[in-house]
Design a protein around this ligand. Sequence first.
Ligand code: C2E
Ligand code: CA
Ligand code: CA
Length: 745
Amino acid sequence: MINNKEKLVFKISYVIILLVVCSIALGWYSKILRNELKDLVRNTLKQVSNQNVLIVQKEIEGDLNALTEVAERIGALGALGELQQEEIVETLKEVSYRYPFKRMGFCGTDGIAYATDGNITDISERSYFEASLQGEKCISEPFADPLSGGDIIVFSVPVRSNSEIVGIVFATYGVDSMKEILSVSSFEGKGYTYIVRRDGSKVVDSVSPTSFQNMSNIFTSMKAADRRNTQAVRDLKRILDKDETGYVIFYNEIGKYMYATPLGINDWFLIDVVPVDFMESTSNYIIHRTYLICALLAAVFVVLAAMLYQGERKKKQQMQNLLFVDELTGGDTLAKFKSDAELRISDHSKTAAFLMMDLEGFKLINELFGYDEGNKVLRYVWEVLQKNCGADECIARSIADRFNMLLYYERKKDIEDRVLKITEEIQRYSIPKASEYILHPTFGIYYAEPGDYDVESIMNCVALAHNLARQGRDSIYKIYTDVMKERMLQKKQLSDQIEHAYKNREFVVYYQPKYDSETRMLAGAEALVRWRKPDGQMISPGLFIPLVEESGFVRKLDEYVFQEVCLAQKRWIDKGLRVVPISVNLSQRHLENPEFIDQYKAILDNSGVPIEYIQLEITESAMFEKKEEFVAIMERLHQLGFVILMDDFGTGYSSLMMLKSIPVDVMKLDKSFVDDYDDIRGEQIIRCVMRMAQDLSIAITAEGVETEEQYNFLKSIGCDTIQGYYFAKPMPEEEFEACMQQITK
Ligand code: C2E
Ligand code: CA
Ligand code: CA
């Protein structure tokens, strides 16, 4: 059996394993989630970056297209020589308003530039001038505007007249305007953008306060911002060198993503920067939400599990209550008693006794005074038992009025004293409607031995002892002994064999003669059944009669004896012998079924034996059980003409007064009376009984007379008939026939 500690350890390990598995699963899940989200971040960065590149490219392309258009218009004006510089500048002015250029200008092959703001400058040294004269559309590197300050970028395209390059048109674009375009907020204003060259040098930096301030080279700025950026610098360099797109994470106070994309203009790269926090805020949000949902689910799970567990426990408790709590007394049931007793009995430090108790004739209380009264009695008994039991001892009611107890003791006598004390207390109870009614508890006791561990078989032993106490009536308790068990087994064997023996005609009738005390002549006989086994072994009725009484088979057996006696009498009459009345025993089980009277009468009539030769013996104790039925049956038998003998007089509870109401012809004084004749009390009782019987005209037969002294005494006080070993033992038919032959002569 698993004890509570083991159960707890089991439960805790179960929970720990569950938690570990859940954590692993959650960790694994969040790793996958993070990877997925990282990809998402990268893609978002890529998309935003591509968008920015497109914006810049479009802007620049638009500007170059506009410029080309202007160049074509100028070229179309005619041969340059014919053109007035002013005319060209006017044309440019018209156009320039429409574009975000700082100024526009025209420069002939001589390198003298005429700008829309009126400035005339020599640009012959500038690289864009040279490149455009070669027919290229050009975008310059930023440089400081020598005219109005601030950094500028110059766009230039060639002007062709009659497919000959006659000069260039240029437009000056403020870097600040470029910054504005780049600062079009992406990432909710948290991101910013640079344009750098392959070597990291700045083309356009950012206005964002969180960007590198006064940046001249992005690598230098990164290195200066944080020592951890070495790797990021290296990675970025590699990306730029290979003209690829890619990202690095760097630190400038906080961690940031930097995404580089080639712009397709010069060796410029667009660098988009966005804080890691921002990018990951979504993923962190999702992860945190996931954790939260998991935690919520876990909480719901825990609550549900707890509720389920609680419910289960409650159900179990209810079930246990049903099984373990006796509704009537509120105490333990037999099931609880057994389970407790099992635990107690394994503790060998104390010596335990098992007891079983019930009340004699409790059924009668229910029948006479009602079930409510019966229940009150049971509750009272329960209280008494509880009061007399220690905290570690067990008591339970099993069924009806049966109680089981497990008591501890040091000396066996203590248990017996406690039994007496309990009895005394129980007997103090008085039933309101019948205060003279006294409760009679009987007990079976079993003293457990050190090797006893099987409660079930112990209970069987107590039940056996208890049964004997109920039957015995000589003591309120019986202590179990192994002999009891042996006897019980023997009895069981016998009762299994009886019906077969009956069919096998193993039952034979013996006769014990009765003698006239005055004349010492044969005056009658008692028919006594014997069981003769096929091997010749004789089994005493003292052994098997109680068994057949219990099963009811005794009725069949009695009828058999009655018939055998009738037949024997008939034979003897026919033989011309001087027959004497023979008494046949009638079990009290016949009281349950008065129809036997007619059957007996029929058997007798069929045999043709006169009724005065067959007498009936019925024990006095039968009267106690069912007095009315008893009297009715006696009267009926008497009316038919049977002589009725009251057997075993003095062993039961009937008083002499009762004899008045029953039609008894002969009283058979029990052997125990006869045995006690020599003590004063015994003698007085016998004399008193004799007088009473004589007053009622009841004849007296003394049973079990073994000595001459007994015979003489009984004769002297007027006993009519004597039955006992003094004269003769019960004998087989032939022997008894010989006795009759003697008196016939
Ligand atoms: P019981 O009816 O009281 O029968 C008398 C018993 O006392 C007989 O025992 C008899 O053998 C014995 N007895 C007679 N004289 C003496 C004596 O001087 N000394 C001693 N020690 N014993 C004496 P048995 O035959 O063993 O019968 C025992 C009991 O079995 C009978 O007691 C009776 O109650 C029952 N029984 C016997 N035959 C029948 C039967 O056919 N039907 C029924 N229902 N019960 C029977
Ligand atoms: Ca008898
Ligand atoms: Ca008797």
